[in-house]
Design a protein around this ligand. Structure first.
Ligand code: AGP
Length: 604
């Protein structure tokens, strides 16, 4: 979604803000802007489209003395992507940037307009700066006015505000949208909506909690909690190495992240497997006590890993498991019972719909667990327990290694629960642990495989659509393959259970219908094969992904002879990821930042 940066110091404020926004580009945006208060004078610039447009506008602007600066990349929610709607938004002598949604902005705006305030934009954000300046007229200080303003806002927000009335200060507030402040030995202060802009600039960071607000000056970081009580910042080392977030030789972050899956899955497994047991030190042993059902909830790719998990929990742990799309669960009247463990899955830990279902479950008194890739994210800090996937920074909007590590965690967790519920014999658990140790090797990308997929991809650039089909856990993998293709090639694709094709979709079968068939050797192979033969017989164009040659396929991507279907799952996952990547490259799309998409959907 949107990105926020802030800087307080005497270096090149403009350059620092623009560099920080560049690090946030992967989150998706349609406009950007900065505002700098230097020598008691404001300069602000905004531009629609890519950041280069903003850089062009600011190239004559020099910042070489102490300044307070804020910047923003916007992904339109209220109001079209225009310069007027781009942040920062100006009052009379103050600027504000904001992530999230001010849910009561309409009533605030109505009052302000009635009092003669002129609004330039269609955004909800603009009410913040006008409300602040309204409060400033009667407040004893800018901070008092800011405090009152924050108390009047409803909804989700991460706010930075600068004002001439306190020109060496940045005011902040955080509720529901992530933001952190960073420091370094040069007494500079940095703000951002995620870690990456601070990597290499700061040594220590404080992640703001919901309800936090306050101000930062050259010599002070003043944080107040939702009750107005002052609290000390809790600094921790900023661990992520900036280099790990660079492409280091690959064409795209997504490509790098596909190749990285082998090493990051090794990290995911680290410290969690003995020869005979799965271990999660981060879980209290009583987490599953009195639990008779697991409800998994997520969006997008994370929903697909949740679907995969449901097969494993029922198969290995013999526990009733259901899976929900977060945006659906939010507005249903679900029956949530305390004997259900509510598990949310999220790479970012900030997806609004998923976060809201987590809050629903907590309110209903359920124990909650989050499977997440971002430590200190909103979901990690809210859930009763969390398991980190350890995939490292995932900058490609199309998720790959996050999915791979989520499925790995769920495989382990289903065994962990099987141990506790004694639903698998010790020797079976030992065997599964041995298989888990082979996952990193199963996702190694061979040059032969990548070259074959690259050459094959030229045949799949048109057509009137794709079906990805599979059975059992290969059905959620088919959904994931279809989503990858849609996201970065903009071609229509559907994931479907192989057995369902004859219940309607086969009517679409003709040479222009491309079917990517997942045919694992160790799971329902004959059933799946006959489903695909029905399509071949009707002249659909079939690409079979299988360790076994399938003579009725038009194309064939051979996979290895693995000992188990789950290892076939992981290898076929790499194949469908590479296939979408290479089709997208041939179509000339922006693989890492596909149109209309954001890395983390922090609004509804
Ligand atoms: C996946 O490729 C997409 N980027 C998207 O579906 C994503 O999985 C979804 O928005 C959920 O994000 P999260 O895992 O950060 O919650």
């Amino acid at each position: 979604m949107c990105g926020i940066v802030g800087y307080l110091g005497e270096k090149d404020t403009k350059g620092i803000l623009l560099a920080g926004l560049k690090e946030l580009e992967y989150r998706g945006y349609d406009s950007a802007g900065i505002a700098v208060l230097q020598d008691h004078d404001f300069q602000s610039y905004k531009a629609i489209g890519k950041l280069v447009n903003l850089e062009e506008k600011t190239k004559e602007f020099v910042t070489d003395s102490f300044a307070a600066g804020i910047g923003h990349t916007r992904w339109a929610t209220h109001g079209k992507p225009t310069e007027l709607n781009a942040h920062p938004h100006l009052g009379e002598s103050s600027y504000v940037v904001h992530n999230g949604i001010i849910e009561n902005y309409a009533e605030l705006k109505k009052e302000l307009v009635a009092e003669g305030v002129t609004f330039l934009s269609q955004t909800d954000t603009e009410v913040i700066v006008h409300q602040f300046e309204k409060n400033l007229k009667s407040a004893a200080s800018a901070f008092e006015a800011f405090t009152k303003t924050v108390s009047q806002l409803e909804g989700a927000y991460a706010i930075l505000l600068v004002t001439k009335s306190e020109d060496k200060t940045i005011f902040f507030a955080k509720q529901g949208s992530p933001m952190l402040v960073g420091i370094n030995a040069e007494n500079e202060k940095y703000f951002a909506s995620s870690d990456t802009p601070l990597i290499g600039q700061c040594t220590d960071v404080n992640y703001f909690e919901d309800g936090d607000y306050g101000y930062v000056t050259k010599d002070e970081i003043a944080i107040f909690d939702a009750t107005g009580t002052k609290k000390e910042p809790i600094f921790q080392k900023l661990s992520t190495n900036k280099l790990s977030a660079q492409k280091d030789g690959y064409r795209f972050f997504m490509e790098k992240e596909i190749y990285e899956q082998s090493t990051v899955i090794s990290d995911t497994l680290l410290g969690r497997l003995t020869e005979t047991e799965v271990v999660f030190d981060e879980l209290d042993t009583n987490l599953f006590e009195n639990i008779n059902e697991i409800k998994l909830c997520a969006c997008g790719t994370s929903y697909h890993s949740a679907l995969t998990a449901s097969y494993m929990f029922e198969r290995h742990s013999h526990i009733k498991t259901s899976v929900e799309v977060a945006s659906e669960l939010r507005y249903r009247d679900p029956i949530l019972t305390p004997d259900t463990l509510f598990v949310v899955i999220s790479q970012s830990g900030e997806t609004a719909d998923t976060l809201e279902t987590l809050k629903m479950a907590k309110k209903a008194g359920l124990k909650t667990l989050v499977i997440c890739n971002v430590d200190n994210s909103s979901m990690v800090r809210l859930a009763d327990a969390s398991i980190l996937t350890r995939a490292g920074v995932e900058k490609g909007v199309a998720s790959t290694k996050a999915f791979a590590t989520q499925v790995t965690i769920f495989w382990m967790l289903s065994l962990y629960l099987a141990q506790k519920r004694e639903t698998l014999a010790a020797d079976e658990i030992t065997k599964q642990i041995q298989l888990l140790r082979e996952v990193p090797a199963s996702v190694q990308v061979s040059d032969t495989l990548h070259e074959r997929v690259k050459r094959l991809s030229k045949r799949y650039l048109h057509g009137h659509g794709f079906f990805f089909i599979g059975r059992d856990v290969f059905f959620p993998l088919a959904l994931e393959g279809a989503l990858k293709l849609k996201e970065i090639s903009y071609l229509h694709a559907e994931g479907y259970p192989s057995g369902e094709m004859k219940h309607g979709p086969i009517a679409l079968a003709d040479p222009e219908l491309f079917t990517i068939a997942l045919l694992p050797q160790h799971l329902l192979y004959e059933k799946s094969k006959s489903n695909v033969e029905e399509l071949s017989a009707r002249d659909a164009t079939v690409c079979a992904i299988s360790p076994l040659v399938f003579d009725k396929a038009d194309d064939y991507i051979p996979t290895q002879n693995h000992a188990d279907y789950m290892l076939e799952f992981f290898e076929m996952m790499v194949v469908v990821q590479l296939l979408s990547l290479e089709i997208s490259v041939r179509l000339g799309n922006d693989v890492d930042m596909p149109r209309n998409l954001a890395k983390s959907v922090t609004v509804e």
